[in-house]
Design a protein around this ligand. Structure first.
Ligand SMILES: CC(=O)N[C@H]1[C@@H](OP(=O)(O)OP(=O)(O)OC[C@H]2O[C@@H](n3ccc(=O)[nH]c3=O)[C@H](O)[C@@H]2O)O[C@H](CO)[C@H](O)[C@@H]1O
Ligand SMILES: [Mn+2]
Length: 293
């Protein structure tokens, strides 16, 4: 067995926290990953010798296939560099999946999925499709799974510091807001219901991941709750994202990603707490790319 290399780095100091401007640990003791609080070399060295495979699911249905090339090309530059990554591209048009050169140890599978008529349905059905694909194959093929939106580009390191049992990203438009302003589902009839006086953070469903069995449980529960709502003709305000937030209120994530890991190009300035943008939603013309608006 190859042992981890010795890495030289500054000794951590209890009396000198690296960041004092942001919360770096949640009240249930989950770390919140920010630039400055971790040493990339230590993290890489910890995980490098474990021979991990990281499943990465990406949906590109209808006009969203146009985002695949930039997504994959930038992922090859910044996403889990040096690690084994297995991309699972779910699409209704396999011929539109671009040829992108992958680094050694990385592979890509294309999985055919139906195109639903409404963009909301395309987005929310991801829970069911991820659940069943974990059961069919991913559980045998990977150690961790990360589920990402495709209308995105990587700009900087998005590395193994994100690995954890159950991992969620804090939404870039809500991290500075009070919970009463979070766009949780507020109708008590919905399985996604969250009362006004509850909620920790507003999580963005464009990024989540963790150990396969935990992500399986999350996607299965969200799928069941989406179906229960549908049976009474109800669609939560932000579809699967509403159910995702409800799930994480009661089953707390074990690691949180700061908005560095899920930014949005629509923001026209970079606030001082955001030292680096790692992954960001690109500007898209929703009226043009979506099935119905
Ligand atoms: C800023 C904002 O409004 N964000 C919400 C919006 O995210 P987004 O505007 O990020 O949603 P989106 O249009 O990116 O759809 C989510 C993902 O579904 C896939 N996809 C979607 C449509 C399609 O025709 N083809 C396709 O492949 C694709 O992987 C895409 O990245 O909607 C989501 C709900 O579902 C969440 O509630 C987000 O919070
Ligand atoms: Mn998106």
């Amino acid at each position: 067995m190859v042992l981890p290399q010795r890495v030289h780095y500054q000794q951590p100091s209890i009396l000198r926290p690296q960041r004092t401007d942001v919360l770096a640990v949640s009240p249930w003791l989950a770390p919140i990953v920010w630039e400055g609080i971790f040493e990339p070399e230590i993290i890489d060295n910890m995980y490098k010798y474990l021979n991990l495979t990281i499943a990465t699911t990406v949906f590109a249905v209808g006009k969203y296939t146009r985002f695949l090339r930039d997504f994959l090309e930038t992922a090859e530059q910044h996403y889990m560099v040096g690690f084994k990554v297995h991309y699972y591209i779910f699409t209704d048009q396999p011929k539109q999946v671009p040829e992108v050169a992958l680094a050694p140890g990385r592979e890509l599978s294309v999985i055919l999925v139906p195109k639903f008529n409404r963009w909301q349905e395309i987005s929310l059905r991801r829970m069911e499709i991820i659940q069943t694909t974990i059961e069919e194959r991913i559980h045998k093929e990977a150690d961790y799974i990360y589920c990402l939106d495709v209308d995105m580009k990587f700009h900087n390191r998005w590395g193994p510091e994100v690995l954890g049992s159950l991992v969620a990203a804090i939404h870039p438009w809500f991290y500075y807001r009070n919970r009463v302003n979070f766009t949780y589902e507020r109708r008590p009839e919905s399985k996604a219901y969250i009362p006004m006086d509850q909620g920790d953070f507003y999580y963005m469903a464009a990024v989540f991941g963790g150990r396969i069995e935990n992500v399986h449980k999350l996607t299965k529960t969200c799928r069941e709750n989406l179906e229960a709502d549908k049976s009474i003709d109800l669609e939560a305000v932000w579809q699967e994202e509403s159910h995702f937030n409800r799930y994480l209120l009661y089953r707390k994530p074990t690691k949180l990603l700061s908005p560095e890991y899920m930014w949005d190009d629509l923001k026209n300035s970079q606030p001082p707490e955001i030292k680096i943008i790692r992954f960001a939603a690109i500007l898209k013309n929703k009226a043009e790319v979506r099935e119905n608006v």
